[in-house]
Write a protein that binds this ligand. Structure first.
Ligand SMILES: [Zn+2]
Length: 235
């Protein structure tokens, strides 16, 4: 049960977007950087469009699946831990309710309430819904942050696929022999847009977010191009 309240300020909070936004930005960033780097690396070794497009398409499919699977598995293990903790809390509330109420009061005392006020708040919250109060105040879990494996897997798998298609499209449309400069330029543009979009969706400053994704994107492409070039020369 999410408690509704009257907000004191105009600007809304975005924290409830943090879960899927993190998965989406991670998926998109990974999609652009890993497939663009793969394309640049392969093109540095063998610039034939066929080799580049096969590598790019394989990279997109493999990346999207591993991203979605990775998110599903990691968020599921987080959900497992949360569920186990909530079950432990529920058991404690059944077997030692007084100690649990005193514990809740001590949490509020730790946050600055007087012992009398803390005891009163703990009493009222316990009467209303003891488990929800302990899950929120003691475990720090709320519905806003509840782990949702399927949502995270879909968010990152889909955004990975859509984002990875951008450098692939750039490679497809690039004039013969121009795959690397065209893909690098298109990728930097996409990364800048992703940084700004992610910051916008999260209500965060755009400048730093954009520079961050650009820096790591450039690093990834430069290193992969170097590796591809090395193998292209030595093979
Ligand atoms: Zn407790």
């Amino acid at each position: 049960m999410t408690a509704s309240y009257e907000s004191a300020h105009e600007a809304p909070h975005f924290i409830n977007r943090a879960g899927w936004l993190r998965a989406a930005v991670l998926g998109a960033n990974d999609g652009i950087v890993s497939v663009a780097s793969l394309i640049v690396g392969v093109a540095a070794a063998d610039p034939s469009p066929a080799a580049v497009l096969i590598a790019g398409t394989a990279g997109l499919a493999a990346g999207a699946m591993s991203m979605a699977a990775g998110e599903y598995v990691s968020v599921s293990s987080q959900a497992d831990v949360e569920r186990a903790d909530i079950a432990r809390e529920s058991h404690a509330l059944r077997t030692m309710p007084e100690e649990e109420e005193r514990e809740l009061a001590s949490i509020f005392e730790g946050r600055g309430l007087s012992p009398a006020t803390a005891a009163l708040v703990a009493r009222e919250l316990t009467e209303k819904d003891a488990l929800t109060a302990h899950v929120r105040e003691e475990l720090g879990l709320s519905e806003v942050h509840a782990a949702n494996p399927l949502q995270a897997a879909l968010a990152s798998g889909l955004t990975f696929s859509v984002a990875a298609a951008l450098p692939l499209l750039a490679a497809l449309l690039a004039p013969e022999g121009q795959i690397i400069p065209v893909v690098v330029a298109a990728t930097l543009l996409c990364l800048a847009a992703l940084g700004a979009l992610g910051a916008q969706a999260g209500g965060a400053p755009k400048g730093r977010a954009t520079l961050r994704v650009l820096f790591w994107g450039v690093m990834a492409m430069a290193i992969t191009a170097g590796v591809g070039h090395f193998f292209g020369v030595s093979v």
